[in-house]
Design a protein. Structure first.
Length: 413
């Protein structure tokens, strides 16, 4: 009898009914609790069975804040991430739940915010150092000095998805700029011990944003709203680039280059009137198989920027290089866009718990960003606060960096 009971106890956990475990998961509204269940809070058989369960609807994204914390504003909770604080060097959002750390001694890593797993990128670190991209933060209060015209600062970091390239290695792109030029540095993210492949893109005038889309890395150039790209599927990242070896500078292919004669509507929508009080910030977003340019128009009021409206354009690239066009999008087709300078992403609203379709959730980098970030409805043109007053008032932080807040998209582990 004792032996029979012992056998039942030994086989009970692995044979746990899926329906019961599904009920347990459904009663955990917080993604942080579900991650703890899947990673470390229960025995291995439960963790194994938990990974086989269909995930619940994706929660609203969190907000990455200075100091390695994230704000789950929908549930009014904060969580500590497994990333280093800024004492070792500036940390940048790299999209989803990933971060890019540029250490004070020049070393570079990509870090998983949930697990803390860090992948060193020594080849990229050497490349950034040789091009005078120093590990310094972009402060809101920075004043231009003589060094600013030479030293480049990191403006944005993006990572590709695993399936976007044939070799299945994720790729990281770093956009760096100074007062007169912009340059993008690209590296594979192979496991530690393997030599990465790197690219240096040809220098351009001000680049506003970058994004991975269908195997290419696209850049939106301020001058004439040109859209340029580099194809990462042509073998350019196949050969390793050992530290100290300068990769060949690669040229972009221009996909959207406005001709001399432009339709009146194209001029009106895309080119700013220098006499207007309205200013513009732009974001590139991959959305449902399309590449979008989202333009936020705002008015400056002291140190703040009062958002007025949004415009969304779709890149029509069917006619090939230099023949593409930005076409105005009238609808988001039921999707929700989450945009901000550090990172942007698109989802079907029905797949995100609490999201509204045909809406743009946007973050700002002025004043108190939690107070001024909001939701823009593309249908009725209204703007609603993103974060309740009680929540943003409870967050006591000094907003002296343009790196945060950033969208943090929790990925089920």
């Amino acid at each position: 009898m004792a032996a029979s009971t012992e056998r039942q106890c030994q086989s009970g956990w692995p044979n746990l009914r899926r329906g019961l475990l599904r009920k347990v998961l459904s009663r955990l509204p917080s993604l942080a609790d579900r991650v703890r269940l899947r990673l470390r809070a229960v025995c291995r058989p439960w963790r194994t069975r938990a990974t086989l369960q269909p995930p619940p609807r994706r929660p609203l994204p969190w907000l990455a804040l200075p100091g390695g914390t994230v704000l789950d504003f929908a549930n009014k909770n904060t969580h500590r991430l497994r990333i280093p604080d800024d004492d070792g060097g500036p940390c940048y959002s790299a999209g989803d739940n990933m971060f890019f750390l540029h250490h004070n001694d020049g070393r570079c890593f990509v870090v998983n915010g949930f697990s803390g797993a860090a992948t060193p990128l020594p080849e990229l670190a050497a490349l950034l150092q040789s091009h005078m991209v120093n590990p310094c933060d972009e402060k809101k209060s920075d004043k231009l000095d003589r060094k600013s015209y030479d030293n480049m600062k990191i403006k944005k970091v993006v990572m590709s998805s695993v399936a976007s390239l044939p070799n299945h290695h994720r790729v990281v792109a770093v956009l760096a700029s100074n007062c007169s030029k912009s340059r993008v540095f690209i590296s594979t993210c192979r496991p530690a011990g393997e030599i990465n492949s790197c690219l240096v893109m040809r220098e351009k005038s001000t680049i506003l944003d970058i994004a991975f889309f269908q195997g290419k890395m696209y850049a939106n150039v301020h001058m004439f709203q040109e859209l340029v790209a580099v194809d990462l599927r042509d073998g350019c990242l196949d050969k390793p680039t050992p530290p100290g070896v300068e990769p060949q500078v690669k040229a972009y292919t221009s996909w959207i280059w406005p001709p001399d004669l432009l339709p009146d509507m194209y001029l009106k929508d895309l080119f700013d009137d220098p006499k207007s009080d309205e200013k513009v910030e732009q974001y590139l977003v991959e959305s449902n198989g399309k590449l979008l340019m989202v333009r936020r128009r705002f008015l400056r009021t002291g140190h703040n920027k009062l958002t007025c409206r949004f415009q969304v354009f779709e890149a029509d690239l069917r006619d090939g290089p230099r023949l593409g066009q930005w076409k105005k999008a009238r609808s988001l087709q039921g999707r929700a866009l989450f945009v901000g300078t550090p990172c942007s992403k698109s989802f079907r609203a029905c797949d995100v718990d609490g999201a509204q379709g045909d809406c743009i959730y946007f973050l700002v980098d002025h004043g108190n960003p939690l107070r001024h970030s909001a939701v823009y409805n593309m249908v009725n043109k209204t703007i609603m606060p993103l974060i309740p007053v009680s929540v943003w008032r409870s967050v006591k932080l000094t907003w002296d960096s343009q790196r945060f807040p950033a969208w943090f998209f929790p990925v089920e582990v």
